[in-house]
Design a protein around this ligand. Structure first.
Ligand code: GDP
Length: 359
């Protein structure tokens, strides 16, 4: 199923495959269809549905994932078409799954729970229509009433989660205020998922942050105190990875976490320059940054993984000819000297100010 973004169909499907892998699934095949408009009933056309249904039977497939968000009706019809035991889900549900597997702190857990409930709310009808079918329509009226009851329960849970989140965020605000009272510059690492942010943070601090070749290894901002070669200290913060078509429920749930970016003294946009979709990944990140309104914060592009790039020397030259770009390999440590210099330079003005405040 084709996306409508600057990512091509095959790239987007490849990324979906990586997401599935991250969620612990094994991909046995992919397919797509070009349509003027998605079918309102089954998203893809009837021919494609029966083609997939045949493959699902032959390969004993357990899950079929669509790359775009499916409506509750499409989900239901597709599950019917593929047979009872096959789970049908979409990119949003898959990403929500990964986030819920990986949420490490209380706040992240609450945020993901909230996003999952909000995703489920309009899809609640499903379970009950199944039951109605089983009972031969006998429980029709009851089913509808039950849906209303279930929706009410979900809404109550959503309200409770929001309240708990407020409390947790209140604590974090106090922590931020305390941090702000000791004026030490905060450097935020932002970037597409898997760009190498955790690896860079590890290299900077020996922090032992989880770095995995999987999407979304980092869900919670992790902050580390780092002494720069010039002897000045600053805090480096790793943020949640970005991805194209990040579910809106998640953007909303993680907004407060992302908003912390606007408190930073310096933004480092970490990019995987060896990735074939590097330009599109950059766009996806920039569009989230634009939404967060952080244009006034000093900014450096970190071209990471240049050890893996096709022509590292050309990249180095290009980076040198542009301001605000540093080529590094967080893995091998190459370019770290230039990295430190660039960060120190960017922070210099601010450091002078800080020293004036605390002599
Ligand atoms: P994050 O999602 O942005 O935090 O990315 P990670 O730090 O978890 O890195 C994702 C993968 O890329 C890991 O397998 C890293 O070992 C690898 N990686 C990170 N930096 C580099 C680099 O400079 N060169 C190469 N070749 N691989 C890297």
């Amino acid at each position: 199923a084709g996306p409508r973004s600057s990512f091509g169909i095959s790239e987007s499907l490849e990324e979906l495959g990586q997401l599935a892998d991250t969620a612990g699934l094994t991909v046995v095949g992919t397919t797509y269809q070009k349509l003027e408009n998605p079918s309102p009933k089954t998203y893809v056309g009837a021919g494609k549905v029966s083609q997939v249904a045949t493959a699902v039977k032959a390969l004993k497939v357990e899950t079929v994932i669509f790359d775009d968000e499916l409506s509750p009706g499409q989900l239901r019809n597709l599950e019917k078409a593929f047979g009872g035991d096959v789970r049908v889900c979409d990119r949003t549900a898959l990403i929500l799954d990964i986030f819920s597997q990986r949420a490490a702190t209380r706040e992240a857990t609450l945020q993901v729970d909230l996003a999952q409930l909000e995703y489920q709310l309009p899809r609640l009808t499903r379970m009950w229509t199944h039951l109605e079918r089983q009972a031969g329509g006998l429980v029709k009226g009851m089913g509808e009433k039950q849906i209303e009851v279930d929706k009410r329960i979900l809404r109550t849970q959503i309200a409770q989660l929001k309240k708990q989140l407020e409390t947790v965020r209140g604590h974090r605000q106090q922590y931020r205020d305390r941090r702000a009272s000791v004026p030490i510059p905060v450097v935020s690492l932002v970037g597409y998922t898997n760009a190498g942010k955790s690896t860079l943070l590890n290299r900077l601090s020996g922090a032992g942050v989880l770095a995995e070749d999987r999407l979304f290894a980092t869900l919670d901002p992790t902050t580390r105190r780092v002494e720069l070669p010039n002897g000045k200290e600053c805090l480096f913060t790793d943020t949640v990875g970005f991805i194209q078509k990040l579910p809106t429920q998640l953007v909303a749930a993680f907004r407060a976490t992302l908003e912390e970016i606007s408190d930073s003294s310096l933004l480092l946009h970490v990019m995987d320059v060896s990735h074939p979709m590097a330009a599109q990944q950059r766009e996806a990140v920039d569009s989230v940054l634009n939404d967060l309104d952080v244009g006034h914060i000093p900014y450096l592009c970190i071209w990471n993984k240049f050890d893996k790039a096709e022509d590292p020397e050309a990249l180095k030259l290009e980076a040198a000819s542009r301001g605000d770009v540093v080529c590094i390999s967080a893995l091998t440590g190459e370019g770290m000297k230039e990295f430190h210099e660039a960060v120190e330079n960017k922070l210099k003005d601010m450091m002078v100010h800080v020293e004036a405040v605390i002599p």
